[in-house]
Design a protein around this ligand. Structure first.
Ligand SMILES: NC(=O)c1ccc[n+]([C@@H]2O[C@H](COP(=O)([O-])OP(=O)(O)OC[C@H]3O[C@@H](n4cnc5c(N)ncnc54)[C@H](O)[C@@H]3O)[C@@H](O)[C@H]2O)c1
Ligand SMILES: [Zn+2]
Length: 367
């Protein structure tokens, strides 16, 4: 695979995303390009530390005179807590890190969100570079500058907009990613097709098998197109004033499914897949799209081996879950309504109305 470079321009400046198979070999020069000669601390999780850290670290030491510091956090969502956040910041203090330092977030979306939030707040902000190692992080979490940690009561409750200084995506990292995590990431890839690119949606459906076996060509196209979609959206609307909200397609119900099961049953991408399915059914029931579009959404999820049976949540509970939505404005949510494959619009919809539709879907079945 050749190496692709895409520049993302935000209010704070422009940063590069570099994508390619084996591109991690260029890590030292990439970090220098993005961060200059700053002392570095690499934040990673236990899985990555075991699997991939050593060669990366060796490469960094070989190619640059300074030894980066290492901070290893637990793997998974439980690293996005106040406690882990504090421990990372305290380690930085211990290392004597000042504002002249920079962080490298080496891992999935969890490490990116956590290290990014530390970067946004440590000494009022230090630069950071993302080296995403999951599909979800590569196509979504690492682009756009949203960083956050969770509170016990709510996911991503504390966060910031803090753009990275660069993103380096080596697709070889995906070779050790558990298959289920990879497939869940494909749901976000599919989302870009559904919201604004019908030919890309078709590409995913007809290349589902190639994508599932991680065919380098199919994967490169899927990741590249996703990056370009996310870039285009966040460049136009960095702070989610309006357009960026289209990225929440599938996330109104998706978040409800995740939260209902206390983030234990579904991976994020799986819940988003189910969310897209239910939201396509809602769009059909609201007269915004056709049954045929709903069927294509369902077929695409099946082609990728994503779940298509939403949990049967009681409407009262669904109402409470939907009321937690961050996109809520009073009694309404900014709902992403599917018109057809490749086209959505944002409409305020009353939570009551969504709950009523949910009640019907639950009783009569989808769509
Ligand atoms: N900031 C954003 O815009 C944004 C967008 C989407 C999601 N997110 C956040 O991202 C998080 C989810 O990210 P994720 O799906 O990448 O999960 P994750 O970071 O928890 O990674 C999933 C699991 O895979 C392991 N792993 C990561 N890379 C690996 C590799 N190459 N080989 C083997 N194992 C590997 C991790 O250790 C972990 O156990 C959530 O907290 C979500 O809120 C943020
Ligand atoms: Zn998502």
């Amino acid at each position: 695979m050749e190496i692709t470079r895409v520049d993302v321009t935000t209010k704070g400046g422009t940063y590069p995303i570099v994508l390619g198979q084996g591109v991690r070999d260029k890590i030292a020069s990439f970090l220098e390009e993005c961060l200059g000669q700053r002392p570095l601390a690499i934040v990673t999780d236990r899985h990555l530390a075991k699997l991939w850290l050593e060669p990366l670290y060796a490469r960094l030491i070989k190619d640059s005179p300074k030894k980066p510091k290492l901070i290893v956090v637990p793997a998974g969502e439980r690293a996005k807590t106040l406690d882990v956040y504090a421990s990372v910041a305290q380690k930085l203090l211990y290392f004597g890190a000042d504002r002249g330092w920079a962080l490298v977030a080496f891992g999935g979306g969890v490490v990116g969100d956590l290290a990014g939030f530390v970067a946004a707040t440590y000494q009022r902000g230090v630069p950071f570079v993302m080296v995403p190692t999951t599909l979800l992080a590569g196509v979504d979490a690492s682009i756009g500058g949203k960083v956050a940690i969770d509170l016990k009561q709510a996911k991503n409750a504390l966060g910031a907009f803090w753009q990275p200084s660069g993103v380096l995506i080596d697709t070889e990292y995906l070779s050790t990613l558990p298959k289920r995590e990879y497939v869940a990431g494909l749901a976000e890839v599919l989302k870009y097709g559904m919201i604004q690119d019908e030919p890309f949606f078709e590409f995913i459906v007809s290349n589902a098998q190639a994508l599932l076996r991680m065919d380098p060509g199919a994967m490169a196209k899927g990741i590249q197109a996703s990056i370009l979609h996310k870039k285009a959206i966040v460049e136009q609307d960095e702070r989610e004033a309006n357009l960026r909200a289209v990225l929440n397609f599938g996330h109104t119900f998706g978040h409800a499914f995740e939260a209902h099961a206390h983030y234990k049953t579904f991976l994020h991408g799986e819940a988003v897949g189910l969310g897209m399915l239910v939201e396509a059914a809602v769009a059909y029931r609201m007269g915004s799209t056709t049954k045929d579009v709903y069927a294509r959404v369902e077929e695409s999820l099946k082609a990728l081996g994503l779940p298509t049976k939403p949990p049967s949540i009681h409407p009262d509970r669904m109402k409470r879950l939907l009321s937690l939505d961050k996109k809520k404005q009073g009694a309404k949510v900014r709902f992403v309504l599917l018109d057809r494959i490749g086209s959505v619009r944002i409409e305020p919809v009353a939570i009551e109305e969504l709950v009523d539709l949910w009640k019907t879907l639950r009783a009569e079945g989808l769509p």
